[in-house]
Design a protein around this ligand. Structure first.
Ligand code: ADP
Ligand code: MG
Length: 354
């Protein structure tokens, strides 16, 4: 079976108004396994929307190819590609009813009235809006408008759905609800979703795989847990959540920290690198087996209801942040404390933090 989507060495260069050139996509390659939920994650301006637009055909590539279901799309205009897009500002027709918004593309494509009505009903049921056929868009809540946009994008039965920050206009609770709904919908439909967000939590909760983008390049692509626990570079480590980044020296067998502590690092080339410690990998009790310990003065503590977020001021590394899941009370600010990291919580990155 051909991949629902394959992007091969995509390059897109824009001319800027100042007469310069801006490489928005720099040899981007990406292949979806069937019915995968893949997220493009990266900061504003990194090329996410541009990549979606080259898939949908609103933008042409300067080099490289886009294939959908094994078919090259290069010569196909946007309206002949089997994809559809849900936009951040849903781009709905405010003066039209819900039903007409959802059925509009089918109307244009020349479907019969009865068929359109049936398909619109089916789509509204799919997104949980049955009964609201005759409402005007302006009479809907943000979440309902989002669902109309989704129903409209799915009405033509696309083989691939592109979603460009579709949840960013919603408040947090609704957003989390829609995240779950979208994911469930994708499973039910069994088609590929390419979802764009700049929100790392959203990417981690929703995706089968995440492609981290920066400056028009894919930094790393993989399953959420793999990217979070084993980022390949500092950008991915930093973008996917909080971390402590400590400089280390490698000699081929072990890694040595600035305070003299060391740990086994077989197979890593000699030189300088960075040890990444996620705050939740640190704890107050010394684990069995090899571990690192960091002692410092308790600086900041935030109790979130589930855990304590603390910062320890250490002599060798400055602030070290830890997330302590214990429900117990903590010492007063200023008290001396030691946190420990077990060997499995240590991850080396072959780059030096600035
Ligand atoms: N039509 C265009 N002309 C010139 N530059 C553009 C155009 N569209 C996007 N860009 C530039 O390309 C880069 C990537 O933009 P975009 O894909 O919209 O980023 P993102 O969606 O990740 O925020 C940005 O620097 C943006 O300014
Ligand atoms: Mg964008």
């Amino acid at each position: 079976m051909p991949a629902p989507l394959e992007i091969v060495d995509a390059v897109k260069v824009f001319r800027t108004p100042e007469g310069g050139r801006l490489t928005a996509l720099d040899r981007v390659s990406l292949k979806l396994a069937s019915a995968e939920f893949v997220t493009l994650l990266g900061p504003s301006g990194c090329g996410k929307t541009t990549l979606l637009r080259t898939i949908s055909g609103f933008e042409t590539l300067d080099a490289g190819d886009v294939l959908i279901d094994g078919v090259a799309m290069t010569q196909k205009p946007a309206h002949r590609r089997p994809v559809n897009t849900v936009f951040q500002r849903y781009a709905l027709f405010g003066h039209m009813s819900v039903a007409r918004n959802v059925g509009y593309a089918l109307e244009i494509a020349g479907y019969g009235k009865r068929e359109i009505r049936a398909r619109v009903g089916e789509m509204l049921e799919l997104v949980g809006l049955s009964g609201l056929e005759n409402r005007k868009i302006a009479q809907l809540s943000g979440g309902q408008q989002q669902r109309v946009a989704l129903a409209r994008a799915l009405a033509g039965k696309p083989k691939l759905l592109l979603l460009d920050e579709p949840l960013s206009a919603l408040d947090k609770n609704l957003r989390q609800k829609m995240q779950q709904e979208l994911k469930a919908l994708q499973r039910e439909l069994g088609i590929g979703f390419v979802f764009v967000t700049h929100d790392q939590e959203e990417a981690l909760t929703m995706s089968d795989r995440i492609a981290v983008l920066a400056d028009g390049r894919i930094q790393q692509i993989g399953a959420p847990l793999d990217l979070y626990q084993s980022p390949a570079n500092l950008f991915t480590a930093d973008f996917l959540g909080e971390s402590n980044l400590l400089p280390v020296t490698l000699d081929g067998q072990c890694a040595r920290l600035g305070d003299g502590q060391s740990f086994a690092a077989n197979g890593h080339p000699s030189g300088v690198a960075t040890l990444m410690l996620r705050p939740e990998a640190l704890g107050l009790t010394r684990p069995e087996g090899p571990a690192l310990g960091f002692t410092g003065k308790l600086r900041e503590t935030y109790y979130t209801g589930k855990d304590h977020q603390i910062a320890l001021d250490t002599a060798a590394f400055g602030l070290i942040r830890a997330l302590l899941r214990s429900g117990g009370a903590l010492p007063e600010a200023g008290a001396e404390l030691t946190v420990y990291a077990p060997a499995h919580g240590l991850h080396l990155i072959a780059e030096v933090a600035p």
